[in-house]
Design a protein. Structure first.
Length: 264
């Protein structure tokens, strides 16, 4: 069987060390720690067993897991994009036409994060180029940000078939790419477009209506959550609150602090 991932191994080591220092009395361990170790090891074992051979031709899931550290150490966006192009950490690479890594200035002050590529994006390999993308461009212009001045990407780098909602395992497989993108770009503000991006970044199940209108933090970066442009096409009444959210991002860029930037 393939070895579990490095994170699970590290947790297991802590668990065993604590158990030894407690002379076998595992009751001295924090329950949460123990649960986490068991959960992570079980997940790593399941993934290793499930992926002995993939339908796409022989890459094993342990190969896929081995790319984990490579992602976190990618020295620049080009290297990271190449890792995405050859990625098989989930099954979406089998149905996609093109990976959609993201695009924009490597030193952008703003990173816009959407959900996942749609049909146009899958065709072209570029994020937000369909109808929702055109609206996104106009929204950004309304706060003085031409598309070329920001970085645009998605939580998922491959299109889910028929635009279905991303699955949790797809999000976990793809999240390290987004993390590394953000770490390389070091934006001043992240704008999460739509409930999916907001909930993923903020690790919450809260409704977007509760998340918008204020400034959150993700890995130290300020996050402004707002409606997805595709949702605005269906609900034009949400354009006004979206514009107000974007004003928060604008104020942050203009040097106003989190508290003063938020609405109300
Ligand atoms: N919707 C998204 O969330 N991302 C895209 O790139 C296009 C549409």
């Amino acid at each position: 069987m393939s070895p579990p991932d490095a994170g699970a191994r590290a947790l297991a080591r802590v668990f065993l060390e604590q158990t030894l220092s407690a002379e076998g009395n595992a009751l001295m361990l924090e329950d949460a720690t123990r649960e986490e170790v068991v959960r992570r090891l079980a997940a790593a074992g399941r993934a290793a067993r499930a992926g002995a051979v993939t339908p796409s031709g022989g890459r094993t899931s342990s190969d896929a897991m081995a790319t984990g550290p490579k992602i976190a150490e990618a020295p620049n966006l080009e290297t990271l994009a190449a890792l995405v192009a050859s990625c098989s950490r989930c099954t979406l690479h089998e149905s996609r036409k093109n990976p959609v890594f993201g695009e924009g200035a490597a030193d952008a002050r703003v990173v816009c994060v959407g959900e996942a590529p749609g049909a146009r994006e899958d065709e072209t390999g570029r994020p937000f180029v369909g109808r929702a993308g055109h609206l996104l461009d106009r929204l950004l212009m309304s706060i003085g940000l031409p598309r070329t001045s920001v970085y645009i990407c998605n939580v998922l780098k491959s299109r889910p078939p028929r635009n279905r909602d991303p699955l949790p395992e797809e999000v976990s497989a793809c999240a390290p790419y987004l993390l590394r993108q953000l770490a390389l770009i070091e934006p001043e503000v992240i704008i999460a477009f739509g409930a999916f991006a907001a909930r993923t970044l903020l690790e919450t199940k809260s409704a977007l209506g509760r998340l918008r209108g204020t400034v959150h933090r993700y890995s130290g970066y300020p996050v402004v959550a707002t409606y997805h442009p595709a949702a605005l096409l269906r609900n034009p009444g949400w354009i006004r609150p979206t514009w107000e959210d974007l004003q928060i991002a604008r104020r942050m860029l203009d040097g106003v602090g989190d508290r003063e930037a938020r609405i109300g």
